[in-house]
Design a protein around this ligand. Structure first.
Ligand code: GDP
Ligand code: CA
Length: 326
């Protein structure tokens, strides 16, 4: 089986770990990672979601933080702070910096982000093909109410420095309209047997991937079933701060409304099917009425067993609906 996953960082990476455990050696996973979280800092190109997926699947991730490297130290960060260098709020570990240095060097040599990613993943035995969504510059910016009116800041500043604590007025995926899918991305979606939207942030992870026109068109066109997993259980995001973002955009924080926000492919949306948690079983009828096949199963990825089971349930829902006639 060929499975293609549109992933953000932590939620996506965890799900893909389960998917790897659920699949056999002949199955192929392609991960298309969000790159709109990317940011230039101290002359280096940082790609948080690509790196979270790479480190998680390659067993190099810090197991508690779930981002950055194992056995990390922070001497460079301390030295930068001693110089009074800004920003101080972004976590750049010493080991992690090596990744950013190699990536940036390759970009300066004229290589693409795809090429840099392929080079970096050579070291990590990820067991998947990891592709950036685009080699073009796309950056998520967030409009908030500043002291003197509307202010637009980088997503990372909103997320990390402000801890997503102020209302969101607009999410701007800068560059997305003109960005082209990276090599292999459209082929991976069109040639897949199953396309999965894992429990990643629907606005700033999967949403930004889908804001690249060529990717959205491929998801609309693929003959594979497109199955999503809700990142919302009950009335909140499981981990992380997705609820503040959804609220700011006027989307109710529930598994059903996020599923409806993605929409049924029958009506120009991106989903054929949507998994909700057993706590949200009441949403199944609403979703099915809107043309999204739905099932309620446990969605907490607490450990290797529950995470693998979630992947098994996702694949069996895909099998149940089969290739939809669009
Ligand atoms: P980020 O880029 O690091 O923010 O990670 P993602 O976008 O891939 O995933 C973030 C989302 O994962 C959050 O909105 C959480 O609600 C969701 N999430 C985290 N852990 C779980 C879990 O155990 N189950 C489910 N269903 N969602 C989860
Ligand atoms: Ca992210």
């Amino acid at each position: 089986m060929r499975i293609t996953v549109l992933s953000g960082g932590i939620g996506g990476a965890r799900f893909i770990e389960g998917l790897k455990a659920a699949l056999g050696p002949d199955d192929e996973i392609t991960v298309i990672a969000n790159t709109a979280d990317d940011i230039w800092l101290f002359g280096l190109r940082i790609c948080p979601d690509l790196d979270t997926v790479m480190y998680t699947l390659g067993n190099g991730i810090d197991p508690e933080r779930r981002w950055g490297r194992t056995d990390e130290s922070w001497q460079v960060k301390e030295e930068l702070a001693a110089y009074g260098a800004e920003p101080t709020w972004f976590g750049l570990g010493d080991r992690d910096l090596a990744t950013h240095i190699i990536r940036t060097q390759m970009l300066h040599e004229g290589k693409t982000l795809s090429q840099a990613t392929a080079r970096l993943t050579q070291r990590w035995d990820t067991g998947v093909t990891l592709l950036p969504m685009s080699d073009d510059f796309v950056e998520t910016h967030i409009a908030i109410d500043g002291d003197s009116g509307r202010e637009v800041i980088h997503f990372q500043e909103y997320w990390i420095r402000l801890r997503a604590s102020v209302p969101v007025r607009e999410v701007i995926a800068q560059g997305a309209e003109t960005a082209a899918p990276a090599p292999g991305v459209v082929e991976a979606i069109l040639g897949a047997d199953v396309v999965i939207l894992p429990p990643s942030n629907p606005i700033v992870s999967v949403g930004t991937i889908l804001s690249v026109r060529g990717i959205r068109d491929a998801v609309l066109a693929t003959k594979a079933p497109v199955v999503g997993v809700s990142p919302i259980i009950g009335a909140g995001a499981v981990r992380g701060m997705a609820d503040q973002l959804l609220q700011g955009l006027g989307i109710e924080i529930s598994a059903a409304s996020v599923g409806l926000h993605y929409g049924s492919r029958r009506d120009g949306g991106v989903l054929d099917a949507w998994l909700v948690d057993t706590a949200d079983a009441g949403a199944v009828a609403t979703l099915e009425a809107a043309g999204v096949a739905a099932e309620a199963v446990p969605l907490y990825m607490n450990d290797a067993v529950t995470t693998r089971q979630l992947a098994v349930d996702t694949l069996s829902l895909a099998r149940r609906i089969g290739a939809p006639a669009h």
